[in-house]
Design a protein around this ligand. Sequence first.
Ligand code: ASP
Ligand code: MG
Length: 410
Amino acid sequence: MNITVQKYGGTSVADIERIKDVARRVIRSKKPDQGLVVVVSAMEGTTDDLIRRAEEITPVPSEREMDQLISTGEQISAALLTMAIQYAGFPAVSLTGIQVGILTDDSHTKARIFKIDPRKIFELLDQDTIVVVAGFQGINLKKDVTTLGRGGSDTTAVALAAVLKAEVCEIYTDVAGVYTADPRIVPGAFKLDRISYDEMLELASLGAKVIQNRAVEFAKKFHVTLHVRSSFIEDEGTFVTEEVDTMSMEQVVIRGVTLTLDEAKLTITLVPDTPGIAAHIFKSIAQANINVDMIIQNVSEKGFTDVSFTVPRPELVKTKNLLENISGEIRAGKVTVEEKIAKVSIVGVGMKSHPGVAAIMFEALAEEGINIMMISTSEIKISCVVRAKDGERAVRALHQAFDLDRKQSK
Ligand code: ASP
Ligand code: MG
């Protein structure tokens, strides 16, 4: 039996009319002899709403109760969608993550799946029943409900696609696919037909919100083909797959340009340039559970150096206080912060085999008179930190410099 997993996000099931639309879409796509598993998110806004209510009671709700609470959103949308499918005359059953047997570890609110028992789903598919699964949730060995982190329904869908050996995992969302850049910033941005897992991973962690990062990691590990597409139109979206077709994939040097505005930069001056100091600084920051992104250390002058790094903006105050304490301990200078920064990045597997990509990027920014404050690279990504007000202009300049709208079109 061919199996397809479809996942519908919160905007696709935002109200009853949309749920009915999804039911129609599910039924339309159902082929004879095909097993159809549908994973749903909570109706748009529901999870945020539940979190807000908890926060009205206590600033530190217990994580177990938090999961008990926020996992309910998906149960509602799953049951409503199932009723809509049944009303249209098709056999369907909804299941919670617990009923499916999605086993996770104990880390409440960000649990990881380690096992799924597919038997119940297979039984239902054998009876040609459409199975609707509440996303985002599982159960740990203590039989407590867990959730998989914000956006976790994507991971439910991909994990199910992996154990059921589905042909494809379709991620239905409110955009038509993955774009070369945010179309609100670059009007000429182009929808990509295909992209590799690694590129999608970079784009997802750089703020392309179409799919949860962890879901892409899962898809890559278990070779699940993803199809990111809109639930409002019929057109095909973007396939996320292995780099099988390396030749044609690498012809395109840069796949996309992204902008993130959610980091802030800190600098600690006059740091003694001796072994162990950087370790001391970043160990203290890590112990406070703060995620550091880019780091630069300047050349040392007379035994002292400046160290700058970026952190998520909500962590700025906490990091600054911590850094001031550290500065006292290591007898360094003052701590300065810069809040208004933007990170522009270019992503593409073709970078591996094309020299000079960084030069083109820096030149394009220079031509716009945009100053680069920090640079970081990976095998398939180059990021530059610039002033926040230059961010959008930088994205447009890079989109053009790499000829993106032209190269991707057929
Ligand atoms: N409802 C959860 C959230 O809002 C999970 C999801 O939508 O995938 O994050
Ligand atoms: Mg989502």
